[in-house]
Design a protein around this ligand. Structure first.
Ligand SMILES: [Fe+2]
Ligand SMILES: [Fe+2]
Length: 135
């Protein structure tokens, strides 16, 4: 069972970026599965930690390509990455403080944020990403 299914609509046309987006959404599915199957809190926390590490790496990689590709609106895109990242880190901190459970609703929200970033924001910057990747 999963809360996200990859379709070609999410492709930016840059294979490395698309692979990373797929991996990112796999973490979301894994976290959902862990919650639904009632795995321990530690399992959920570990997936969330991994998701954050991977998200940071992905954003850095994408920002480098945007810079190399001479994107004319790179600052706005970086700001969107920061907002997304701090939202996810906020979840992590609240869990660490023990005052929230990452339940299915929260995870659906996270999925929707990521999906709309991939489908709308990243798709919009795809030409610069492609230039940056040498396509
Ligand atoms: Fe992205
Ligand atoms: Fe992005």
């Amino acid at each position: 069972m999963s809360i996200f299914e990859w379709t070609p609509i999410y492709e930016t046309g840059v294979p490395a970026i698309d692979d990373q987006h797929r991996r990112l959404m796999t973490f979301v599915n894994e976290m959902f599965d862990a919650l639904v199957q009632g795995h321990g809190e530690q399992v959920v926390d570990r997936i969330l930690d991994d998701l954050i590490v991977y998200t940071k790496q992905h954003f850095e990689f994408e920002e480098k390509l945007l810079e190399r590709g001479g994107d004319d609106d790179i600052d706005a895109h970086i700001a969107k990455h920061r907002t997304l990242l701090s939202a996810v880190e906020g979840l992590q901190q609240r869990r660490a403080a023990g005052d929230i459970e990452v339940d299915e609703d929260t995870l659906e929200l996270l999925r929707d944020w990521l999906v709309s970033h991939i489908r709308d924001d990243d798709a919009e910057r795809a030409p610069a990403v492609m230039r940056g990747a040498g396509h």
